[in-house]
Design a protein around this ligand. Sequence first.
Ligand code: 6R9
Length: 584
Amino acid sequence: VNYTGFSFPVNCLDRHVHVAPDKVALIWEKDEPGEQVQVTYRELLELTCRLGNTLKRQGVKQGDRVTIYMPPCPLAVASMLACARIGAVHAVVFAGFSAESLADRIRDAQSETVITVNQGLRGGKIIELKKTVDQAVKQCPGVKRVLVSMRTTSKVPMTALDVPLEEVRGCPAILLLLLGKVLALGEMMKEDAYCEPAVMDSEDMLFLLYTSGSTGKPKGLVHSQAGYLLFAALTHKYVFDYQDRDIFGCVADIGWITGHTYVVYGPLCNGGTTVLFESTPVYPNPVERLRINQFYGAPTAIRLLLRYGDEWVKKYDRSSLKMLGSVGEPINKEAWEWYFRVVGETRCPVVDTWWQTETGGICISPRPSNPGAEILPGMAMRPFFGISPSLLDDKGNVLLENDVSGALCISQAWPGMARTIYNDHKRFLKTYLTSYPGFFFTGDGVYRTSEGYYQLTGRLDDTISISGHRLGTAEVENVVNHHVAVAESAVIGYPHEIKGEGKMLSFLPQNISQGYGTAVGSGTGSSAVSTPYSIRLPKTRSGKIMRRVLRKIVEDKANELGDLTTLDDHEAVQQIIEGHKHLV
Ligand code: 6R9
């Protein structure tokens, strides 16, 4: 079979179905503790085709944008692949966003089609996703149809726009889950089990994915067909040393780029078995039960686990693990060492992977598949094949030497690079390509060690300048996190009124397992005031600390917090605002 010229799902499905139809493609680790559903390549292809045909019958055409608002589940993956199969562009919106955020994204993408589920489940709690979509769609006159799948058995009010995916028209919901398998009857089941894949140009849009700027409206980053998939597959294979029979466990939600590249496209293109986590994983139980070989998650979870103590991890069998990965934030040395020593029993290389929604896949990472390659704790280490990082100083000079810090730029295009911001190419150029002409500017700070290895130091918009020295938040946090009483910290800086020198503030949640509160220390040098008033830090839903929010609070600008759509815990922010008011 000649697969050249076809769109994605052929690479992610058909070619594996020819070789190993019954190989498990997805293991859906459901919210219900201990419940899992396996979907083979043959089943996933069939589901994708039926859904692709349903989309076509509903009027979705090549190039149309389709918004997907679903929790991680096989039908969500099939929805992404079904869009790709018919040449439509998917725009997954994390199913935790409010109706307003969803509406903004639907309107920006000019989507006429939304795919959702009746209800979601998270930690046993029911989440009314369809209701949120109804509210959002009211503000989006362009939406012509909402495809609704049944995640739970509860019926939800349907509107004239709704297309029930599994229900047979006029009959009660009969589809649901039979013997734990997704059994599609209804609209989807009426469709043919084969859908001809669209032939696409390599540079056609595959998907949009929104990422919040620090202010203003979210950016719909556009990824391409061929370059993105190539980069997803290569990085998945080489960074994690993925082998044919491995079970790959990336705990990101499909609503983030990590979910797109390392839950869906990378592993499926490589014919792998990938785990879809619906809930926040009750790590490390699924590692033992599903025999996960590569575990990939965010440092924030690792830092919390560390505080729960070794025993909690050690009571589970981790012998299946071969590789551990970290993504999303700088990982401090202490957390890295614990991950390596306790979780991976010093047997599994830890890969601290640096990349962004904009880069499509991992750009800087140790390469353990390169035998003997050295890995230093808490460092992203080396550029991936084809990535050429450059460090630039404030004046735009390229820093060629080692043992320097600078703005992390990339000097040459790479396959997975986002091509534009949907409908706003000017903003794309302005944000990424004009600050340092001739370079792609990542927005991150980096230190290149004397050996030439790369260590990320945090977002440049978060940097602290003390007595003329530029410090990354990560550098200071590394020191703070080292203290036994600290689980996690966020360090920020703001201008000092008198001396004009940087003032530093640190937020230190203390030993979480003992339920202590956050001590907020403020001061320069060794003088510090601390008052405990919150046990949480403001984080995005994907686990990144929102330092800019803290900075605004300490600058007494709590009414100018900017875009908070990705904020996970509004209550924590309120507590910090209140606490700050009372700080003497
Ligand atoms: C994949 C992802 C991108 C930003 C990025 C940087 C931070 C990601 C990191 C890291 C230090 C790492 N980041 N990985 N910082 N070390 N290993 O997270 O994409 O959500 O777009 O965030 O996350 O600041 O610029 P995205």
